[in-house]
Design a protein around this ligand. Sequence first.
Ligand code: DGL
Length: 268
Amino acid sequence: MEATAKADLKPVLVFDSGIGGLTVLREARVLMPERGFIYVADDAGFPYGGWEEEALKARILALFAELLQRYAPEICIIACNTAFTLAGADLRAAFPQMTFVGTVPAIKPAAERTRSGLVSVLATPGTVKRAYTRDLIQSFASQCHVRLVGSENLARMAEAYIRGETVSDDAVRAEIGPCFVEKDGARTDIVVLACTHYPFMANLFRKLAPWPVDWLDPAEAIARQARRLVPAADHADHPDAYDFAVFTSEAPDFSTRRLMQGFGLRTL
Ligand code: DGL
């Protein structure tokens, strides 16, 4: 709210249920240094993975009605697979004047890159259930064997991990284990990180994987898509009042605030 008076360049709004969207924000920053960023975490609704679909959709639409009015961004990046695969089309229909850049499981690039033909998609239970995800598989990966792994716990574990809490190796192994498939002498060679929280744990995944695979993180591709849609500016400084984070709980804890600071975001 506070910043609009100084703004001649509108900010980029990045949205997620929690801190996962920061994996996209850090790439978007590199490509759009002239823009300010508003990071919105619907932490009061976190985790999105277990929500009933209609209720979650209604929540996201209501939230955006408020956010767009309050912050008038240039563009919105929905840095959350669980939200976008459910509500992306409705957001575009409800707010036709706004540009939404979405995040969907990177099934197409995975299908193009796999050599073994065995691809796994590691996501929230919500994302693996979506018709959107099934359609992506049918359209782009029908020649592959795709294993969908809906993890109940990983998004929470990623939140804890990035805040510096200890996460047990065995617990992580149990979550990623189903991604590793051996079939007719071939092995999974690509795991799609289809939840924006997961790239924060990629090093741990690499360490604990039963064999090496490519962990596909779409953050950079999403940022590139946003860059294409945001008009380039002829001056490089954005109003310093931008670059802040908003939490729907209105009560982020100390470690969350510190984390935001590490990403150059003030917490309102
Ligand atoms: N970061 C979100 C995603 O990309 C989901 C985390 C959650 O709320 O469960 O799907």
